[in-house]
Design a binder for this molecule. Sequence first.
Ligand code: ATP
Ligand code: ZN
Length: 224
Amino acid sequence: MQTQRLRIAIQKKGRLSTECKDLLKRCGVKFNLIGERLVVHCENMPIDLLLVRDDDIPGLIMDGVVDLGFIGENELEEVGLERAARNEPSNYTMLRRLDFGGCRLSIAIDKDEAYNGPQDLQGKRIATTYPQLVKRYMSEQGVTFSTCMLNGSVEVAPRAGLADAICDLVSTGATLEANGLKEVEVILQSKAVLIQRSGDFSADKQALIERLLTRMQGVIQAKE
Ligand code: ATP
Ligand code: ZN
């Protein structure tokens, strides 16, 4: 069900939320976030913001339910692989990479354990929220492993005896250190990106997207 208004999905609450809202505001998009509303109508442009969990954004774009979305590449790639494995559409257009949300997806093990390369992970159980990305990396390395799927508290899994290693998002490494872990492989470098659904757009929507992108370019350049 397509609407006249451009639908943009952003994370409701979390690490990408504030920067996405700031970026849109700097691009001249005016909106007022009140309460727990899922859809917010912008006041000065034909744009609706959809405030959702970041996990839902790739699917909303790939199903063509929203027009644009801000999402971390880690989540985008994971959902893309998962959907492709289920033969569901996983296409989208990358409009631009952004200058926030930087992190890396890394494998970490007990800090006292020896490590000489991916072969040392052979037969190990790896706790992660990103099983598809781990699977892709491990099969590229020719190493077999098992997973322990966790949506939170991944970093405590080894200490809790649930897994031998973890694969999780890292920015400073402080969380790993606090849990007695050391980073041994970086499997993905990630930033926030702006993506667009596949398919046709009305001339008006297309023009609005181009206007937003031009403004975004200006805003990002001014920051550099
Ligand atoms: P939601 O409730 O929307 O599902 P979440 O807990 O999955 O939120 P956040 O922790 O807010 O997600 O992270 C959102 C995104 O921010 C990550 O997927 C990643 O792209 C990016 N990010 C940047 N730095 C970090 C970090 N140090 N740890 C985790 N994510 C980070
Ligand atoms: Zn999430």
